[in-house]
Design a protein around this ligand. Structure first.
Ligand code: BTN
Length: 265
């Protein structure tokens, strides 16, 4: 269901004093906000650039899947970050984005959502949002990271379209249309605050929060990648954004996000 367009001036006013100040791009149509931001990053766009669009013609998810969204209905955006961190810790940024999205949805829509490692936000066993984090590395150092969020606000794909998982939207859960500018501002304000906490003050507090919001802790899961299939019970999400599981031979195993899929047993 189409709603008022994203209001750039209002969004900018909400983001004053944050890392996004002065770096907000609102577009009508792009191929993919992640892809477009990658192009801008390679041209030198600064840390904190955010690109939000009303429509994507080639929206992408993890594992080369498509991300579909009806124009003018949902949130589709990516942020460009240039953190000083090791490349193998980059997926902590997915967790920081997930936390910001869950908190933003709670504050702006009074809806409680949960984090499904490695990159999803769920409400009542249905997918509400997905995160795609991509990055560029040179001489083992991160050059930039792009983390993009697709959040079903006023529309979600119908189950009959052959979705791999059941989906939902904020409209479906709370029964009323949501102003996307307010919601986006809330998510970005949380992202700004959480990013600064993680890098400059209280890593521990964030780590505890994303664990308390995890919807797979204690569950039995199967994780498949090109190299291997591992089954075990989820113990926690690590401070580096990895998943810690206990396998049937009582071994703790740390799984870094990558090209893998996770399913519940
Ligand atoms: C997934 O569930 O696999 C991740 C989906 C991520 C979709 C968002 S929409 C905004 C940004 N641009 C993209 O092309 N993908 C992400």
């Amino acid at each position: 269901m189409k709603t008022a367009p994203i209001n750039k001036d209002l969004l900018i006013s909400y983001l004053s004093g944050s890392m996004f100040e002065g770096n907000v791009i609102v577009s009508q149509t792009v191929d993919s906000t992640n892809r477009a931001l990658k192009r801008l990053a390679s041209e030198g766009a600064p840390h904190g650039t955010v690109l939000v669009t009303e429509e994507q013609t080639a929206g992408r998810g993890r594992l080369d899947r498509k991300w579909t969204s009806s124009p003018g209905t949902n949130l589709l955006f990516s942020v460009l970050l240039r953190p000083e961190m090791k490349a193998d810790q980059v997926f902590v940024l997915t967790m920081i984005m997930a936390l910001a999205a869950v908190d933003g949805v709670k504050q702006a829509c009074s809806l409680s959502a949960r984090i499904k490692w490695p990159n999803d936000i769920y409400v009542d066993n249905r997918k509400l949002a997905g995160i795609l984090t991509e990055f560029s590395v040179k001489n083992k150092k991160l050059v930039y990271v792009i983390t993009g969020l697709g959040l079903n606000v006023n529309w979600c794909p119908e189950d009959r379209q052959g979705m791999r998982y059941p989906c939902t939207s904020i409209l479906k859960r709370i029964g009323k249309k949501i102003d996307r500018t307010e919601l986006l501002a809330s998510i970005l304000q949380n992202l700004d605050a959480d990013y600064k906490k993680f890098f400059f003050e209280k890593k521990e507090a964030l780590y505890k929060r994303w664990n308390s919001l995890s919807c797979i802790t204690g569950k039995q899961v199967v994780i498949k990648s090109n190299e291997q299939t591992i089954e075990g019970e989820v113990l926690k999400i690590g401070i580096d954004g990895s998943l810690i599981i206990k396998t049937s031979d009582n071994q703790e195993q740390k799984i870094l996000c990558g090209d893998l899929s996770l399913s519940l047993v």
